[in-house]
Design a protein around this ligand. Structure first.
Ligand code: FAD
Length: 281
C-alpha cells in the first residue's frame, strides 16, 4: 500500500543534501525506492548559517521536478533577514509550499547568532513576509530540548512557535513512546490541535546513534544500549534488532493515534523500508 492512499495522516521522509557526485547518485536511488510509497513530502535538511544552501536548493528542486512535494528545512541561526527573505523568494519561485522552520545550532567558531534568536521569530518572519503561502512545520522535543532551562519553559517556548502560525510539528526522534504520548496530552490540554508527527530514527550504526543522541538529548533506553553494544561489529544483528524495535515503536504510535510518521532516512532506503513494510495500517 502507498503511504497516503487511504489516510489523512502525514507521512514524510527526510534527506540531507549530498555533497559528492556519489552522494547525488545514491540519493537518486533512495528517492526512486521511496517515491512509490506516495509520501506527503520529502524534506531536505539545511546547514545552520546557510552552509548547505546551494546543495539544499538543488536537492529540493530535483525532488519537486520528479513529482514528489519537497519541504526544505530552513534554519535561521547566524542568518540575516535579508538572507532568509532571499531563500523564501527562491522557494516561492520554484512552487515550494511547505517549509520546516528551525532555529538550528550555531556552527562552532561562529560568534554571532544573527538577526534571529529562536525559531518562533523565524515563523513570525515567514508569516509576515509570505502570508499563508507556506505550510510551516516546526520541531518539538518530547524528551525536552537539551538547552532548555526546564520542561515547562521548553513547552512554553514550543507553544510560542505554534502561536506564531505553525501548521504542523515534527518531533525529535525518541524510543520512549510514553514521552511522545505525554507530550501529545500536554498539547491537547493547552489547546494545541495541529498534527504532532513523531520523528522516527531507524537504527543503522549504533555508535553514531549514541553520539548523536547524547548531543541532541534523545534518550536511548538502557536495555537498547546494552543490547546494541552486545552485537559489537555484527551489523546484521544490529540491523535486525533495530528494525524490530523501530517497527514496534511505529506500530504502537499509529495504533494509538499518532497523526503520521516522519522518517529520518539518513539517505538510506533499506532500513526505512524494512520498518515500513512490517507496519499494519
Ligand atoms: P527553538 O524552538 O528556537 O528552541 C531552541 C531552544 O531555545 C530550546 O531549548 C527552547 O526551549 C529555547 N527557546 C526557544 N524560544 C525561546 C525564548 N523565546 N527564550 C528562551 N529560550 C527559548 N538543524 C539544522 O541545522 N538543520 C536542519 O535541517 C534541522 N532539521 C531538524 C528537523 C527536525 C524535525 C528537528 C527536530 C530538528 C532539526 N534540526 C536541524 C535541529 C535543530 O535545529 C536543533 O534541535 C536546534 O537546537 C533547535 O531548533 P528549534 O527550531 O527547535 O529551536
Amino acid at each position: 500500500m502507498s503511504l497516503t492512499e487511504n489516510t489523512s495522516q502525514l507521512f514524510s521522509f527526510e534527506f540531507f543534501p549530498p555533497k559528492t557526485e556519489q552522494g547525488v547518485i545514491n540519493l537518486e536511488q533512495v528517492h526512486a525506492d521511496l517515491a512509490p510509497l506516495n509520501p506527503d513530502f520529502f524534506s531536505v535538511t539545511f546547514g545552520a548559517g546557510g552552509s548547505t544552501r546551494d546543495n539544499t536548493y538543488d536537492t529540493v528542486v530535483k525532488i519537486q521536478q520528479n513529482g514528489v512535494s519537497a519541504a526544505p528545512h530552513l534554519s535561521c541561526v547566524a542568518s540575516t533577514k535579508e538572507n532568509i527573505r532571499e531563500i523564501l523568494n527562491h522557494y516561492r519561485e520554484h512552487d515550494i509550499s511547505r517549509i520546516v522552520a528551525l532555529r538550528g545550532d550555531l556552527p562552532s567558531g561562529t560568534l554571532s547568532a544573527g538577526e534571529f534568536r529562536y525559531a518562533n521569530e523565524l515563523v513570525d518572519f515567514i508569516r509576515a513576509e509570505t502570508g499563508d503561502h507556506f505550510q510551516i512545520h516546526v520541531a518539538a522535543y518530547p524528551e525536552i530540548h537539551p538547552q532548555a532551562n526546564n520542561a515547562k519553559d521548553d513547552f512554553d517556548n514550543f507553544k510560542r512557535k505554534v502561536d506564531a502560525g505553525a501548521d504542523a510539528v515534527i518531533t525529535q526522534y525518541f524510543y520512549n513512546v510514553e514521552a511522545y504520548f505525554y507530550f501529545l496530552d500536554k498539547c491537547e490540554k493547552n489547546g494545541i490541535d495541529i498534527p504532532i508527527v513523531p520523528g522516527i530514527m531507524p537504527i543503522i550504526n549504533y555508535s553514531q546513534l549514541f553520539r548523536f543522541s547524547d548531543m541532541c538529548g534523545a534518550d536511548i533506553p538502557r536495555w537498547m544500549r546494552k543490547t546494541l553494544e552486545s552485537f559489537g561489529d555484527d551489523k546484521a544483528s544490529v540491523m535486525a534488532f533495530g528494525e524490530d524495535v523501530v517497527a514496534k515503536l511505529c506500530q504502537d504510535l499509529l495504533d494509538n493515534g499518532a497523526p503520521g510518521l516522519h522518517f529520518y532516512t539518513m539517505n538510506q532506503s533499506k532500513p526505512t523500508l524494512a520498518v515500513w513494510n512490517s507496519l499494519t495500517f
